[in-house]
Design a protein around this ligand. Structure first.
Ligand SMILES: NC(=O)c1ccc[n+]([C@@H]2O[C@H](COP(=O)([O-])OP(=O)(O)OC[C@H]3O[C@@H](n4cnc5c(N)ncnc54)[C@H](OP(=O)(O)O)[C@@H]3O)[C@@H](O)[C@H]2O)c1
Length: 266
């Protein structure tokens, strides 16, 4: 299976394209000739990226600002893209954020909004576009999950659970849609230097990660789109993250959770 061929009437919708991994996913897709629709809240950032991509690759790049935690705004997005005369043949569910701390101490509204963004928006946008992709027998969906979704994480309870949801959802869709012409891949990065750590309050924890265990957003995006083009079920960039992911998935919870509570730096 390959990615849908680029055409003037089709586009790759990239959520969370205003920074970090999402911006590099948009760069990677544009570099392969795909038009892009860039979505996030910070329109100035999106406009700057759209201009960069048009200049560098001669592709069509559109900007739509949207707060994806707002169900009405999110559900209006497909209509806004349709009004541009574009068909979404690649969907990149990337927008997301995390938090860190004891659940009882965290801001509850931010935790529930996180579930809306990291889980609900992924289901809603996939549901908006997957049926037409299946009908065409052609399409691709990338879900940006996380190595944090491989196991529960005391100190990041909601974030890890939200990414476990995203991972399980993508893996199931991969199995449902792969034989119907639609590639579905879960991207599960470990630590990547973006604005994520600052927003999550994880700067200190990220600073303690050795450089060999980090992957750049650019490399992460390249490996993700390579994997999507081959309809890989899961892409986990970097050997150290793959090792941690295997341990997270297969160590008995009764052993893993007390260890994480003791040694996880949150
Ligand atoms: N960095 C890591 O170590 C790491 C590791 C594993 C997984 N991930 C995942 O990778 C994805 C991208 O994160 P990143 O590392 O690139 O972080 P980032 O630099 O903070 O980017 C997050 C993106 O999500 C967008 N976003 C946040 N809230 C939004 C909302 N309510 N509506 C629409 N867009 C929203 C942000 O745009 P606006 O603020 O402009 O709206 C931004 O474009 C996330 O799903 C994250 O969980 C990151």
């Amino acid at each position: 299976m390959a990615l849908p061929a680029p055409s003037p009437s089709t586009t790759a919708l990239v959520t969370g394209a205003s920074s970090g991994i999402g911006a590099d996913l948009a760069r990677e897709l544009a570099g392969r000739g795909h038009g892009v629709v860039l979505v996030a809240r910070r329109g100035d950032r999106l406009e700057a990226l759209a201009e960069e991509l048009r200049d560098a690759h001669g592709i069509r790049a559109d900007v739509l600002t949207c707060d994806l935690t707002d169900p009405a705004a999110r559900d209006a997005l497909p209509g806004r893209i349709g009004a541009l005369g574009l068909t979404v043949d690649i969907l990149v569910n990337n927008a997301g954020y995390g938090s860190a701390g004891q659940f009882v101490d965290l801001d509850l509204a931010a935790e529930t909004d996180m579930v809306r963004l990291n889980c609900e928006a992924v289901v809603a946008l996939s549901g908006a576009y997957a049926p037409a992709m299946v009908q065409r027998g052609d399409g691709a969906i990338l879900v940006v999950a996380s190595s944090a979704g491989m196991q529960p994480i005391p100190g990041q309870a909601t974030y890890a659970a939200s990414k476990a949801f995203a991972l399980a959802f993508a893996e199931a869709l991969h199995e449902e849609l792969g034989h119907r012409g639609v590639a579905v891949t879960a991207l599960c990065p470990g630590p990547v230097d973006t604005e994520f750590a600052a927003r999550a309050g994880l700067e200190e924890a990220f600073a303690s990660v050795p450089s060999f265990a980090r992957v750049s957003a650019e490399a992460c995006a390249r490996q993700a789109i390579d994997g999507l083009a081959r309809n890989k079920r899961v892409v986990t960039p970097g050997l150290p993250t793959r090792a941690v992911a295997v341990a997270g998935r297969h160590t008995p919870r009764s052993v893993l959770l007390p260890l994480m509570r003791r040694f996880y730096p949150v």
